[in-house]
Write a protein that binds this ligand. Structure first.
Ligand code: UDP
Length: 340
């Protein structure tokens, strides 16, 4: 297959930037389309940046006109579950309305291949574990419902038109590029591993909130499936190739297949950083399922998916190296004292 030009929508964000790096590493050309509302210009390093808003058709049309796009990979979305409950219209406008506009622009530009970021949050509270793609989708958050709405829309559109798509349902994307150049930089940060690292380093409030200790799990805290962002990147390239080779649309979980409790992750953070993670126990966070764990057999079968870095030690080690750099901690005595 010759080199491909891929419009990476949301390519300045956490997962999108890792995909751009992986595309460029194998000789493809990522073109980032991003409004930089939550992404970072410094994360766009492997191709041009087109600044634009997916809800604005003219801005998408201009991007397709300026670049000879072979396929689209779509990452731009509002993702913070709590924000979705407070601002549902913004989530539906961006996560669903934006994809309608994107599909219209793709159709006008005769681009028929789409890799879409979906999520295990479309499953809601699972009935069977590990979760297969056949699990009923009954999302319990606005975020999950917007992602499910797009999956439904893609299915409808692909039946009537020549669109072919992959909907990749991520479990807990985590870690950073092993080179330390890009990683997770959300503001505000709601995810466990960066928050635990921040607490270990004595940054921010210096203490982490542990949400929920009375779940029906082995130690009372939630079990999650942490998949390294570089493993996710490999899976995206395989999904893209599968579609470009002419395969039918498909839906696929992307996880590591192994679950860890919040307490186990905190222990791994302490081992990796060599510092305690100060935390306080809080009530459950609304919308958190007790256990989310991927059955990865579809990914193995369709994408040849094998995890290479999805262990807590590698995920946290890579995240720690990245955060030490961006937080300016290299060479500093840790943890930072509040008055230092
Ligand atoms: N969590 C926590 N404190 C935090 C962030 C997360 O206790 O500061 C817990 C959260 O309740 C869940 C797990 O860690 O049980 C993973 O949460 P995260 O937000 O990282 O990912 P999610 O599973 O919600 O996508």
């Amino acid at each position: 297959m010759g080199s491909k030009t891929v419009l990476v929508v949301g390519g300045a964000g956490y997962i999108g930037s890792h995909i751009c790096k992986a595309l460029a590493a194998r000789g493809d050309n990522p073109v980032v389309f991003d409004d930089l509302s939550s992404g970072h210009e410094h994360a766009v390093q492997w191709g041009p940046l087109v600044r634009g808003d997916i809800r604005k058709r003219a801005e998408l049309d201009a991007a397709f006109a300026a670049h000879d796009i072979d396929a689209v990979m779509h990452f731009a979305a509002c993702i913070e579950v709590g924000e979705g409950e407070r601002e549902p219209l913004r989530f539906w406008d961006n996560n669903v309305g934006g994809v309608i506009t994107l599909l219209q622009a793709m159709k006008a530009a005769s681009v028929e291949t789409l890799v879409f970021s979906s999520t295990c949050a479309t499953y809601g509270e699972p009935e069977t574990l590990p979760l297969t793609e056949a699990e009923p989708q009954t999302p319990v958050s606005v975020y999950g419902r917007t992602k499910l709405a797009v999956e439904t829309m893609l299915s409808d559109v692909s039946k009537a038109e020549s669109l072919r798509y992959a909907a990749l349902r991520y479990f807990n994307a985590s870690g950073a590029s092993p080179d330390g150049d890009i990683g997770e930089e959300h503001d505000p940060e709601s995810h466990l591993i960066p928050n635990a690292l921040k607490a270990a380093a004595g940054l921010g409030e210096g203490r982490m909130k542990l949400f929920g200790t009375d779940y029906p799990t082995r130690d009372g805290t939630c079990v999650r499936d942490y998949v390294h962002v570089s493993d996710l990147a490999d899976a995206h390239l395989a999904a893209l190739d599968r579609l470009l080779d002419g395969a039918d649309s498909f839906v696929c979980n992307l996880g590591s297949g192994t679950g860890f409790t919040v307490r186990e992750i905190l222990e791994a953070v302490e081992t990796v950083t060599g510092m305690p993670v100060p935390y306080d126990e809080h009530p459950r966070r609304p919308g958190d399922a007790p256990t989310l764990l991927a059955d990865t057999s579809t990914a193995e079968r369709l994408l040849g998916f094998k995890t290479r870095r999805s262990t807590p030690e590698l995920v946290i080690g890579d995240a720690w190296a990245f955060h030490r750099r961006v937080w300016g901690l290299e060479g500093k005595a840790l943890p930072i004292k509040p008055d230092a």
